[in-house]
Write a protein that binds this ligand. Structure first.
Ligand code: AHG
Ligand code: MN
Ligand code: MN
Length: 335
C-alpha cells in the first residue's frame, strides 16, 4: 500500500512483508541508504560554499582540506552501510576493487553496488546530481568472505534498486520489484515523505535525450533514430533534452515520457555508462515503472556481467519509443 504524505520510514515498515525474504534486513538496508541520502543531500546543498573555501586554498576547522563531493558521498554511503550486519560487500564507481565487509555472524546477506555521485561534473555549475544504488542477495555462503561472483549477477537478480536526486528538492526513488515509489525530503525536519506513489512512465513521450555532440561517431541505427525524432511528422519533432546527469535525465523522462540513449560509438566502443551501478538499477526502476531498457538489442537486465566496472550501451525509456528505437537498431545498416 502506498499513501501520499506517508513517511518513508512508515512505508518501509508497512511494506516489509512484500519482500521475498521477510527478516527485515532489506528494510534496514533501505533505511541506512535513507540516512546516507540525507547527509549527502546536506553536503551537496553546501557545494557553492565548499567550492569557495576550496578555491582560496583554505582548510576546515580540523585542518583538513575540503574533500571533493564524490569522494565525500562515497565515504558516507560506505560508512553508513558498514557495521550494520546487513551488507557483506560494496562495489562503488569510486573504488577499483569491491570492498569486503566482515560477516562474523553469517547475517550479512546483501551486496550493494553504487554510483555515489552521478553527474558530478554538474556540481560546479549548480545543476542536479544524484546517487544510484543496486542491491543483490549474495550467492556465496553466509559467513564466508564476499566474492566477485556476488557482484557479477545479472540485473534480473536485483532485489532492490533506486536513485536519489539532489535537485530543486531531494528525492529518493526506489523499487523492490513491486512498482516504483518516490519520496521527497522535507529538509527542515529531515524526513522523506511519499510524494510520487506508484510512478509510471508514459508509454509515449516527446523527449529524446542523447549527447548529440557525438553524433558523427554514433552507429547508423542511432543516427537514423535521431533523424526520425527530428522529422516533422505526426507528433514529431520531439524535444531534445540532455542534462548530462543520468539520474536527472532519467528522472525527467520517467515523469514526462521520453527516451534516453548513450550508445556505443567509434570513440567509445563499449559506450560510457557502467552496467552494474548505472544501467542495471535504472533499467530495473524504469521497467518497474512500465518502460523498458536495452543495449539497443538486448534487455539490460539479462546481460551477464563479466567485470565490476563494465560499460554498456544504454537505451532506456517509454515503451513505445524504445520499440521504435530498437527497430532502427535492427536495420541491416544500423551498425
Ligand atoms: P559520473 O558523474 O558518475 O561519472 O557519471 C556521468 C555520466 C552520466 O551521469 C551522464 O549521463 C553521462 O556521464 C554524461 O556523459 P557525456 O558527458 O559523455 O554525455
Ligand atoms: Mn554516473
Ligand atoms: Mn559518479
Amino acid at each position: 500500500m502506498s499513501r501520499k504524505n506517508q513517511t518513508l520510514g512508515e512505508f518501509i515498515i508497512e511494506n516489509q512483508k512484500e519482500f521475498q525474504y521477510t527478516t527485515g534486513e532489506l528494510s534496514r538496508l533501505i533505511n541506512s541508504i535513507r540516512l546516507a541520502a540525507k547527509v549527502v543531500s546536506h553536503e551537496v546543498r553546501k557545494a557553492g560554499l565548499v567550492d569557495i573555501i576550496g578555491e582560496t586554498g583554505e582548510t576546515n576547522i580540523q585542518g583538513e582540506t575540503q574533500q571533493k563531493l564524490d569522494i565525500l558521498a562515497n565515504d558516507m554511503f560506505i560508512k553508513t552501510l558498514t557495521n550494520r550486519e546487513i551488507v557483506c560487500g560494496i562495489a562503488s564507481e569510486e573504488n577499483d576493487e569491491f570492498i569486503p565487509i566482515e560477516d562474523r555472524n553469517g547475517k550479512n546477506k546483501y551486496v550493494v553496488l553504487i554510483d555515489p555521485l552521478d553527474g558530478s561534473s554538474n556540481i560546479d555549475v549548480n545543476v542536479s546530481v544524484g546517487t544510484i544504488f543496486s542491491i543483490y542477495r549474495r550467492v556465496t555462503p553466509p559467513g564466508t568472505p564476499v566474492q566477485q561472483e556476488d557482484f557479477l549477477q545479472p540485473g534480473n537478480q536485483q532485489v532492490a534498486a533506486g536513485y536519489i536526486i539532489y535537485g530543486t528538492s531531494t528525492m529518493l526513488v526506489y523499487t523492490t520489484g513491486y512498482g516504483v515509489n518516490g519520496f521527497t525530503l522535507n529538509p527542515a525536519i529531515g524526513t522523506f515523505y511519499m510524494s510520487h506513489p506508484d510512478m509510471k512512465i508514459p508509454e509515449n513521450g516527446n523527449i529524446y535525450s542523447v549527447n548529440e555532440g557525438n553524433y558523427v561517431h554514433f552507429p547508423q541505427g542511432v543516427k537514423d533514430y535521431i533523424k526520425y525524432c527530428q522529422k516533422e511528422e505526426g507528433d514529431r519533432p520531439y524535444t531534445s533534452r540532455y542534462i548530462g546527469s543520468l539520474v536527472s535525465d532519467i528522472h525527467r523522462n520517467i515523469l514526462k515520457g521520453g527516451i534516453y540513449i548513450y550508445p556505443t560509438s567509434s570513440i567509445k566502443a563499449q559506450g560510457k555508462l557502467r552496467l552494474l551501478y548505472e544501467c542495471n538499477p535504472m533499467a530495473f526502476i524504469v521497467e518497474q515503472a512500465g518502460g523498458s531498457a536495452s543495449d539497443g538489442h538486448k534487455r539490460i537486465l539479462d546481460i551477464e556481467p563479466s567485470e565490476l566496472h563494465e560499460r554498456c550501451a544504454f537505451f532506456c525509456g517509454s515503451k513505445n519509443m524504445m520499440e521504435t528505437a530498437e527497430d532502427f537498431m535492427k536495420s541491416p545498416l544500423a551498425k
